[in-house]
Write a protein that binds this ligand. Structure first.
Ligand code: AHR
Length: 657
């Protein structure tokens, strides 16, 4: 502790008791503007996407029909049937999703045949908005045209939209209509009547809002995708998480099954349907409708570097002790080929096998992939033995691609200590670190990277979140403030920390397995957590270079509850200071910008803060903005910034040069 700090501390303590805060001496810091430090990578603050908590099907992926191809293990899961309904595979139009339904006349004038889909915990309809209903269908042994009637229902079983659709062909054909409900409901349903005398076969029954993100047909829920874009992410990691590994290898995320014609992407079991028996969802599957092509496209749309993570031949190590559950080291060829093919899919010329598929899907230009993760949260010699052949093959064919290796499931401990030196030895470019810890851990670890070895791989803080256990791991202000404090340390060490992604990203209020999560939603609404706003503030104020912000010779890493960091933004010609005060009293802070010419004029730009005296507060569907950024201010006297960091607050100040 330096002299100034001690002085402030003693004086502050002395005065706080008697004269109060106004008499408290300011914490004096210096911001060295002359020594512009390490470049902050544009990838610094990003997103971690995993299909957990119904993040994809039932979430970001805007499809509203669950089990649209009737290929869940129980073919009619998610569907109610009435009248004469049969499942068939005969002459199926899509080999990878072979089941379809046949609706036949009930044989009685007052009995009906049809099917009804419950959606993903209901369907969210907006009054007067258009929805695109589509279906692959054909007449079955019927002479004239056949008809189906499409009804959208509210949660009380009232019809809120009604349209007929003629099935005209004896061959499989895609039919499409637009339908608009007259009412807004968050737990609606879709009902299909057979409305003619004969029989029809139906496959891939689909319902999407027409206003998907960027208006795409196989698109994303606009509000959720926009929430991602608004985070200004530098990198987008997909598809997880443990989903990369699968409960077993059979159900790992297989990117090749997630591309090509949507109707023919085979169903995969979602590993999160089993993982926690106390949050069990037997109807959780992956349609792969949101697949790797869509992930690349989304990355491009939101301006983030795509970062796919691939299976390295290991099934989830938490769930598979038996070595036979994994691919033997000498049997990895097709996994390695998957990695090489993925790079070709993303970057290869349209004349290459996989580049051609990308072009056929609508994107002849390469996606400019730069990073690939090999293995998710892997550990032990099982991982260290499997990684080298991937590295060798990728380096040989694509030396420009940066490879990310794992440091295991924890921020420290035996596996972590074993894996980091191994990752250095194997010369991966970045090491993925995961930490889900108490808020106190985040506060205590704001200096975690200050002493990291600068000679090895860089750090990708690939999964992290403060878990406030006593509150049931809520996304409350306590967790957000701790993350904000910790992130001053990420920022200060941006020479070695090149990426960080909070995890997980999404959770459906009615279908979550894991909390906390960055963004919560129901079928119509989205709630941005305090943690979301912390991420957003950092990502929108990333800057281009690290600056030294010191008290004497020491950065603020929790002294008296204060944390601080600063960056220079050469594009905007401004200094950005971030100050977190976790104490229950306000703190006066005085920052002198050194190294400027006397006549350099500075002006105060945008100043934002998040503050609340109640650390347990969190945002809800009914009150989504209880904790959100608001404007604050400070004063700038010459080259000195004087600010008051309110109790329990996260603040940023922009100083324009
Ligand atoms: O983010 C949730 C899970 O936490 C991820 O799937 C896994 O990598 C980690 O254990």
């Amino acid at each position: 502790m330096k002299k100034n700090y001690l002085k402030a501390l003693c004086l502050g303590a002395l005065l706080a008791g008697s004269a109060g805060l106004s008499a408290q001496q300011a914490y004096e810091l210096t911001l060295d503007t002359k020594k512009v430090g390490a470049e902050i990578k544009p990838t610094m603050y990003g997103l971690f996407f995993e299909d957990i908590n119904f993040a994809a099907d039932g979430g970001l992926y805007a499809e509203m029909v669950k089990n649209r191809s009737f290929d869940f293990p129980q073919n009619l899961m998610g569907w109610y049937t009435f009248g004469k309904v049969a499942i068939s595979k005969e002459n199926a139009p899509f080999a990878n999703n072979p089941n379809y339904v046949i609706l036949s006349n009930s044989g009685h004038g007052h009995k009906y045949t049809g099917i009804e889909n419950e959606g993903f915990r209901g369907m969210g309809f907006k009054a007067n908005a258009d929805y695109r209903f589509s279906v692959w269908a054909k007449k079955v042994n019927a002479a004239g045209n056949q008809k189906i009637r499409i009804n959208l229902l509210d949660d009380k079983n009232n019809i809120i939209a009604n349209k007929d659709l003629e099935i005209t062909s004896n061959d499989w054909k895609k039919y499409e209509i637009k339908i608009a409900p007259n009412k807004t409901v968050d737990k609606g349903r879709l009902r299909i009547f057979l409305a003619s005398e004969g029989s029809v076969a139906l496959e891939h029954v689909s319902l999407f809002p027409t206003d998907t993100y960027k208006g795409r047909e196989n698109g994303l829920r606009a509000d959720l995708a926009q929430a991602l874009a608004d985070l200004n992410p530098g990198v987008f990691r997909f598809p997880g998480g443990c989903i990369v590994e699968g409960t077993d290898l059979e159900t790992r995320y297989d990117w090749k099954k997630s591309v090509g014609q949507v109707e023919n992407r085979p169903l995969n079991e979602n590993r999160w349907h089993y993982t926690f028996t106390h949050r069990f969802f037997p109807d959780y599957f992956q349609s792969y409708g949101l697949g790797f092509y869509e992930f690349f496209l989304l990355s491009e749309d939101i301006g983030a570097e795509p970062l796919p993570v691939l299976n390295c031949g290991l099934a989830c190590q938490y769930q598979n002790d038996d070595e036979h559950a994994h691919v033997p080291v000498d049997g990895l060829e097709c996994y390695i080929q998957d990695a090489l093919d993925l790079i070709e899919f993303a970057n290869g010329p349209v004349t290459s096998t996989w580049g051609k598929l990308r072009a056929e899907m609508g994107h002849p230009e390469p996606f400019n992939l730069k990073y690939v993760g090999i293995g998710n949260e892997q550990w032990g010699s099982e991982y260290v033995d499997r990684l080298p052949p991937f590295i060798k093959a990728i380096r040989e064919k694509y030396p420009e691609i940066k490879i990310i290796g794992s440091s295991g499931p924890s921020a420290d401990g035996k596996q972590f200590d074993y894996l980091w030196p191994e990752m250095k030895r194997l010369k991966v470019d970045l090491v993925d670190e995961h930490y889900y810890k108490e808020p106190k851990w985040f506060l205590d670890n704001a200096a975690r990277y200050d002493g990291y070895d600068r000679k090895g791989p860089a750090v990708f803080a690939g999964e992290y979140a403060a878990h406030d256990h006593p509150t049931g791991k809520q996304n409350n202000f306590n967790s957000a403030l701790a993350e904000a404090a910790f992130m001053t340390g990420l920022e200060r060490n941006a020479d070695i920390v090149h990426m960080c992604t909070y995890a997980p990203l999404f959770a459906h209020y009615d279908g979550w397995q894991w909390n906390p999560d960055l963004i919560w939603f129901d079928n119509l609404r989205v709630v941005k957590t305090p943690n979301y706003y912390v991420q957003q503030i950092y990502a929108k104020n990333t800057g281009t270079n690290v600056l030294k912000l010191l008290q004497g010779k020491t950065p603020l890493t929790g002294q008296d509850g204060l944390y601080a960091s600063a960056v220079w933004d050469k594009n905007e010609s401004c200094y950005i200071v971030k100050v977190v005060n976790t104490a229950t009293s306000a703190k006066e802070v005085q920052i002198t910008l050194t190294g400027l010419k006397k006549n350099t004029a500075l002006s105060l730009g945008e100043c934002i803060m998040m503050q609340d005296n109640d650390l347990k507060k969190f945002n809800t569907l009914d009150e989504p903005s209880l904790i959100a950024p608001k404007k604050t201010t400070a004063s700038l006297e010459g080259h000195v910034l004087k600010l008051k960091a309110q109790s329990q607050s996260f603040n940023i100040y922009k100083i324009k040069r």
